[in-house]
Write a protein of this length. Structure first.
Lengths: 291, 358
C-alpha cells in the first residue's frame, strides 16, 4: 500500500499550518520531527481524516482517503497528541468502546483489548477507572486503543510523552514488532526514540517537509557542522550564550566537553564529530520553540 | 450498532451529575406527593374531620355517597346535606371548605349563602354526562406531575447536552478517525439520547403514579375531571374527560415533551463546541415560547402550544380544542415531537459527521 499526500495545504484563516506538502509513504516506520507549530499535528490530523485539507489530496493506493471513508478508517489507527477519555469508564470499557467504533465483534474486542492491555503494561489496571490513571497510564491506554484494529496505517502523535524510560523501551519494542509490512508515522519530542525506531525521517518546518530520508542520509547533510571541544568549566556559561550547544559533559579536570553545532570550528582545537538527529534538530530549529 | 447504543447509554447514565439530578427529580416528586397528601383536609360536617390519611378517607366516604352520574336530584341532595350555610364561622358559604365534593358542588350550584343558585346540571355542563366520584387524589397527582415534568425537562437538557459536544474536548480525535465514528456512532448517539430521555421519563411517570396509587388508591379513574373542587377550576381543562384519560394524555405529553426537548438539545449539542453553551442555548430555545407575547386566543398560539414546554405544562395544550370525544387538539403534540426529533437527529448526525477537530 502507498499513502501519498499531494500539494496538501491546510490554512486556519491567514495562518498556513501545512503548505503544499508532498510525501509518499510506503511500508516502514516514519519519524516526524519539527519545532512546535511546524505543522506536524495538523499533517497527522489530515492523514487521519479528522481535519479536511484546504487544498490538495491524500490518496491510499491512488484513491482519495475521503472517498474511501470507512474503508480507509478501517485500516487506520491514531493516537492523538491530546485525547479525551471518559473518566467513569474503566480501561477495559474504554477499549471495548473504541473496539465497537472500529467494528470489532464482541469476542475479538475482548480478546484484543486484554492482549493490548497486557502489552502496554495495564493488565492489572483493566478494571480501574480512567480518572484514577496517571498521565503515563493514560498515554499507554491511548497507544493500546490505536492498535485495537491491527491497523495497516498507524499514526502516533507524541506517543512517548509522559512515559518513563522503562515504558519508552517497551513502546519501542512494541512498535518494532508491530511495524512489519505497515506504515507507522510517529512524532515525538524525544529525538532518541525516533533514532531507535524510525527507518525514515521527515523534518517539517513552516508546514513543509524540508528533509525526507533515512537517518544517516538526513544527518549527513550536516556533516562537518558538529564539533566537540574541551573548555574550562568556568567559561561554559559564556559559551552557552554565544554557541549552539547540543550537549555538554563535565570532566574531572575542571574542564567540560561541549558538543557544538557550527559551520566553522567554534574554538581552537575543536574536532569534527559524526552528527546525530539531535544535532540535526538543533541545526534547523535553533532559536525556535523547538521540541 | 446495539453495542454502540448500549455504550452510549452507559456514557450518559454514568455521569455523576446525571445520576444526582435524576435523584433530585425523584425526591422532588416524593416531596410534592407526600406534602400534598399530608396537607389534605376534610370534614364530613358530622363531627369527623382530619388531615392527611383521615382527610382522604373522609373525602372518599363523602364521594362514595354521591358517586355515579351527576343529576339535578344529586345536586339538591348534596346542597341540603353537605353544603355549609352562611353564618358558620362568620363567613359567606362560598368561602367555606369541608371536603372535595362539597367544594365542587358549592362552586357550581350554590350561592354565597350556601343555597341552590338555580342552575341545573345541563346549565353548567350542557349535554355532557358527568360521572362524579373521588377525583381529588388523581387531580392532585396531575398538578404535582406538571411541576415535576417542567423541572424534569431541564434534567433532560442537562443529560443530553453533552452527547455530542462532550466529545469535542478530545475524544472526537479518536471517534472520528475510527471506522464507524462518522456514521454509526453518530446514529447510536441519537438513538441513545432518545432512549435515555424515554427511560427517565418512564421512571419519573412510574414513580409519580405509583405514589398516587399508594396514597389515594385507584378510585376515581373513571370519573370526570369537570366535577372537581374549587382549586382545580381556574386554569383547568374544560372538557369532559375522566381522570384516567387525563393521566394518559399527561403521560403521552410527558413522552412527546421529552422527545421534543431531546431533539432540540441534540441539535445544539452537535452544533456547539462547549457543553455549557449547548445547555444554555437549549434551555433558552425550550423556554422561549413562554416569553412570547402571544395570547391563547391568537391563531399563532395553536402552533406555539405544540412546542415541548407546553407538553410538560400541559394545561394550555389540553385546553385548546376538543376535536371529538376524547380526541383533543393536544394529540398534535405527537407529530410535533416527531418533527422536532427528526430535525434534531438529522442535523446533529450531519454536523457530527462533518465535524473537524480543533
Amino acid at each position: 500500500m502507498e499513502l501519498s499526500a499531494v500539494n496538501l495545504t491546510k490554512r486556519y484563516g491567514s495562518k498556513t499550518a501545512v503548505n503544499r506538502l508532498n510525501a509518499t509513504l510506503t511500508n516502514g516506520v516514519y519519524g516526524l520531527l519539527g519545532a512546535n507549530g511546524a505543522g506536524k499535528t495538523t499533517f497527522m490530523r489530515l492523514l487521519c481524516t479528522v481535519q479536511r485539507p484546504t487544498s490538495g489530496k491524500i490518496d491510499l493506493d491512488g484513491k482519495s482517503i475521503w472517498k474511501l471513508g470507512e474503508r480507509y478508517r478501517d485500516v487506520l489507527g491514531y493516537l492523538p497528541q491530546h485525547f479525551g477519555y471518559y473518566p467513569d469508564f474503566t480501561a477495559l470499557d474504554f477499549l471495548l468502546y473504541v473496539a465497537a467504533l472500529k467494528g470489532l465483534d464482541d469476542k475479538k474486542a475482548k480478546n484484543v483489548s486484554n492482549e493490548l492491555l497486557d502489552e502496554v503494561g495495564l493488565s492489572g489496571e483493566r478494571r480501574r477507572k480512567i480518572k484514577t490513571f496517571s498521565g503515563g497510564m493514560k498515554q499507554r491506554l491511548g497507544i493500546a486503543q490505536a492498535m485495537l484494529n491491527d491497523p495497516y496505517i498507524l499514526i502516533l502523535d507524541e506517543p512517548t510523552a509522559g512515559l518513563d524510560p522503562k515504558e519508552r523501551v517497551r513502546f519501542r519494542n512494541l512498535i518494532s514488532a508491530f511495524s512489519k509490512d505497515r506504515i507507522v508515522i510517529l512524532s515525538t519530542h524525544i529525538v532518541s526514540d525516533i533514532e531507535f525506531i524510525a527507518e525514515k525521517i521527515m523534518i517539517m518546518k513552516s508546514g513543509e517537509i524540508i528533509h525526507f530520508g533515512r537517518p544517516h542520509e538526513i544527518t549527513s547533510r550536516i556533516n562537518g557542522c558538529v564539533w566537540e571541544c574541551s573548555v574550562p568549566t568556568s567559561r561554559v556559561e559564556q559559551y552557552t550564550v554565544s554557541l549552539n550547544i547540543s550537549n555538554l559533559r563535565n570532566e574531572e579536570n575542571g574542564r567540560t566537553v561541549l558538543r557544538v553545532i557550527a559551520d566553522q570550528p567554534p574554538v581552537a582545537g575543536a574536532v569534527k564529530v559524526q552528527p546525530n538527529l539531535e544535532d540535526l534538530f538543533l541545526y534547523y530549529f535553533k532559536g525556535e520553540d523547538g521540541q | 450498532m446495539k453495542k454502540l447504543i448500549r455504550l452510549e447509554l452507559r456514557k450518559i447514565f454514568s455521569k455523576r451529575l446525571t445520576q444526582l439530578a435524576l435523584v433530585v427529580v425523584l425526591l422532588l416528586s416524593a416531596f410534592l406527593a407526600f406534602s400534598t397528601y399530608q396537607n389534605k383536609y376534610a370534614s364530613d360536617g358530622a363531627g369527623n374531620e382530619g388531615t392527611g390519611r383521615t382527610a382522604v378517607e373522609i373525602d372518599k366516604a363523602v364521594a362514595a355517597r354521591y358517586s355515579g352520574i351527576l343529576t339535578d336530584e344529586k345536586v339538591q341532595q348534596m346542597i341540603s346535606e353537605i353544603v355549609p350555610k352562611s353564618g358558620e364561622n362568620g363567613l359567606n358559604a362560598i368561602y367555606l371548605y369541608r371536603n372535595t365534593i362539597q367544594s365542587a358542588v358549592s362552586a357550581r350550584f350554590s350561592d354565597i349563602n350556601g343555597n341552590w343558585n338555580g342552575l341545573r346540571v345541563s346549565d353548567v355542563f350542557g349535554d355532557e354526562t358527568v360521572k362524579i366520584g373521588y377525583v381529588d387524589g388523581w387531580l392532585s397527582t396531575s398538578q404535582n406531575m406538571t411541576k415535576v415534568l417542567v423541572i424534569f425537562s431541564f434534567f433532560i437538557i442537562m443529560m443530553i447536552a453533552p452527547v455530542f459536544c462532550g466529545e469535542y474536548s478530545g475524544v472526537d480525535n479518536i471517534i472520528l478517525s475510527s471506522k464507524y465514528g462518522r456514521t454509526k456512532c453518530a446514529a447510536a448517539k441519537v438513538i441513545a439520547g432518545i432512549m435515555a430521555a424515554l427511560i427517565t421519563t418512564a421512571i419519573v411517570l412510574a414513580v409519580n403514579l405509583l405514589m398516587a396509587f399508594v396514597f389515594y388508591g385507584s378510585e376515581g379513574l373513571d370519573c370526570s375531571i369537570l366535577f372537581a373542587q374549587l382549586t382545580y377550576i381556574e386554569g383547568s381543562i374544560p372538557f369532559n374527560l375522566t381522570c384516567g384519560t387525563l393521566l394518559v394524555y399527561q403521560s403521552v405529553l410527558a413522552i412527546t415533551g421529552a422527545i421534543g426537548v431531546t431533539g432540540i438539545t441534540l441539535l445544539f449539542s452537535a452544533a456547539c463546541k462547549n457543553q455549557m453553551i449547548a445547555l444554555v442555548a437549549s434551555v433558552a430555545v425550550y423556554a422561549l415560547p413562554l416569553l412570547l407575547p402571544v395570547t391563547e386566543t391568537s391563531a399563532l398560539f395553536r402552533l406555539i402550544v405544540l412546542l415541548p414546554i407546553y407538553h410538560a405544562q400541559f394545561i394550555s395544550l389540553m385546553s385548546v380544542e376538543q376535536m371529538s370525544g376524547i380526541l383533543l387538539y393536544a394529540i398534535w403534540a405527537v407529530p410535533a415531537a416527531l418533527i422536532l426529533i427528526a430535525a434534531g437527529s438529522i442535523f446533529s448526525r450531519r454536523v457530527f459527521a462533518r465535524h473537524q477537530v480543533s
